[in-house]
Design a protein around this ligand. Structure first.
Ligand code: ADP
Ligand code: MG
Length: 330
């Protein structure tokens, strides 16, 4: 295991930011800590990196089988990248990346040539070769975050810790960087923990998604596991769209995702529910239907392909039959 966290608690005043976190992260994995704002993601990342510590006697952190619970960041060899570029604005790209190596004490400091080789290699890796003399102010947001990544990697970290690294960038750049980080991680293989509140980002990027809520882990699993088999109502609702449906005569609430709603003709004898199409939105290859159930008057969203929609010849105001893959959650 690369990182092992045992029963970590962290209290600020009387507020419990982390309430007993247990997590094991295998070597070379890309792990997303996913949760709403305030769920404790940053606190946990800082504790992994040694920028913060569990309450005394309440939890341990091991990295590569070494108990580092009481070690400061400088002794953990963790590389950090934060949302807001923490680059030195008066230093060039080259100098920023070289920084972590230049400040080493003499006995462990690489030679000037070795530093130069390493920095140029890292800049190639993050696809910024040729830009080494630029100042941070002469780069785009996405380029700056890649410099921050190269700088974090310069010290050959045992683990890479990223806190919403693309959070401040616009949607398109974010998406590109996400893809890039995925293949970049495959290439360098360093164990990486990535904080995000964006479920799409977590599902697309990570090998393992850790869903956090109110200082606790709700579920840990592959993107497919947490999406298809959510362990708790919180995970169900946090990861993607979900409808909550009551069945007539039953107190339980059922959960169903829009793509799990099957639309049938109103007269179809296999229909379990009947509904009216209140609104229809078709753009691109898929269509989203807002439905109102005839029995309970509950509303429900359903997705179908554009082709299916056209084949059935449906439009707003039509009655349809439904089959729902229901999961009871209460
Ligand atoms: P996230 O990164 O998931 O948004 P954080 O880990 O930053 O959440 O914060 C979790 C909770 O702990 C929040 O309610 C936050 O206000 C609180 N918190 C974090 N750091 C401190 C601190 N230094 N002092 C007091 N409260 C803090
Ligand atoms: Mg945070």
């Amino acid at each position: 295991m690369s990182i092992v966290l045992k029963n970590i608690r962290r209290t600020f005043g009387t507020f419990q930011a982390l309430r007993g976190i247990n997590l094991e992260i295998a070597d070379h994995q890309l792990v997303a800590l996913l949760g709403p704002s305030g769920s404790g993601k940053t606190t946990l990342l800082r504790i992994i990196g040694g920028l913060d510590f569990p309450d005394p006697g309440n939890g341990t952190v091991s990295i590569h089988s070494e108990d580092v619970t009481e070690k400061p960041a400088a002794d953990r060899k963790a590389g950090f990248v934060f949302q807001h570029y923490a680059l030195f604005n008066h230093l060039s790209v080259f100098e920023n990346v070289a920084f972590g190596l230049e400040v080493r004490p003499r006995p462990t400091r690489p030679s000037k040539e070795a530093i130069r080789d390493r920095v140029l290699e890292l800049l190639r890796l993050v696809q910024l070769d040729g830009l080494e003399q630029r100042l941070p102010s002469e780069l785009s947001g996405g380029q700056r975050q890649r410099v921050a990544l190269a700088r974090a990697l310069a010290i050959d970290p045992k683990v890479l810790l990223l806190d919403e690294p693309f959070g401040a960038l616009d949607a398109k750049v974010r998406k590109d960087l996400r893809r890039w980080l995925r293949s970049f991680h495959q290439e360098i293989g360093v164990t990486t923990v990535f904080v995000t509140h964006d479920q799409q980002e977590a599902l697309e990027l990570a090998d393992v998604v850790v869903v956090m809520n109110q200082g606790q882990i709700e579920q840990t699993g592959s993107p497919q596991e947490v999406y298809d088999r959510p362990a708790t109502p919180f995970v169900y609702e946090f990861l993607g769209d979900v409808n909550k449906v009551r069945k007539p005569g039953r107190p339980d609430l059922f959960y169903v995702r829009p793509h799990e709603v099957r639309i049938l003709f109103a007269g179809d004898s296999s229909a379990e529910f009947h509904a009216k199409i209140e609104h229809l939105f078709a753009a691109g290859p898929s269509a989203r239907l807002s439905l109102r159930l005839t029995d309970s008057r509950d509303t429900l969203d359903a997705d179908m392909t554009r082709a299916q929609l056209e084949e059935m010849g449906l439009s707003e105001g039509d009655e349809v039959g439904l089959q729902l893959a229901l999961t009871s959650k209460t």
